[in-house]
Ligand binder design. Structure first.
Ligand code: MP5
Length: 218
């Protein structure tokens, strides 16, 4: 029988295809991406990762006892990731401190928090898996299509390396266990949230590529 995470990926395939076909990834892989455009992503993703920590912490509060250790380890990894952003920003003269979330980044983060607070642990965990799987697949695509050396290699390695792949595999296996015995009706909401998270991931690349802004910048 097909596993739950495979079922999710099958259902969301058109969204994943759109994500992996995004120009931002193609330009990052080919080296054609303007530094300014990459910096847009860097600034917004710094905010995203920083504010994903509360999402993750709310989810951790709902986690079964057996998963607490894994959640603590991931929290440590998120802080290390923020260090990577600060190091890269420093090396490439990108200012991170006064950055505000763009409309897409803001909406995505609100969605994460609403899911963590208002939905079941299974639903929150599905969204976490979707976001991590999106980055694993997006950056693995970049790594596989890379033309020559990239100034962004540490980011590529962060999400396309073995450690991150192992973590996402663990998320998939854990999600499958959480879904065992659930009726197809109970699994319907997580499925929709998985697709929605994929849609936000597409929007995030689109936002980074186009330097989206609020109508009035104050
Ligand atoms: C991730 C991310 C992966 N950094 N940014 C977006 C927009 N989606 C997913 O999360 P993490 O915590 O960096 O592994």
């Amino acid at each position: 029988m097909r596993k739950f995470h495979e079922d999710l990926q099958e259902t969301a395939k058109p969204v994943w295809d759109a994500m992996l076909g995004h120009q931002f990834l193609a330009d990052t892989a080919s080296g054609a991406i303007p530094r300014q455009t990459f910096a847009n992503w860097m600034k917004q993703d710094y905010i995203f990762v920083r504010e994903a920590i509360p999402f993750f912490s709310v989810l951790a509060a709902k986690a079964p006892t057996s998963l607490r250790r894994n959640f603590s380890d991931t929290l440590t990894a998120l802080h290390q990731e923020l260090d990577l952003f600060r190091k890269m920003a420093n090396e490439h003269n990108v200012g991170l401190e006064s950055v505000k979330a763009s409309p897409t980044c803001h909406a995505y983060l609100q969605f994460l928090m609403a899911t963590a607070y208002g939905r079941s642990f299974l639903e929150g965990f599905t969204v976490l898996y979707a976001a991590e799987k999106a980055y694993l697949d997006s950056w693995t695509w970049v790594k596989s299509n890379l033309k020559g050396a990239s100034p962004w290699q540490p980011f590529i390695e962060n999400w396309a390396g073995d450690a991150f792949r192992g973590y996402v595999d663990w998320l998939a296996a854990t999600l499958d266990e959480l879904a065992v015995g659930a009726s197809s009706q109970v699994l319907q909401d997580p499925k929709e949230l998985f697709i929605l998270t994929g849609q936000y991931e597409c929007l995030f690349w689109e936002m980074a590529a186009g330097s989206e802004s609020w109508p009035v910048e104050l």
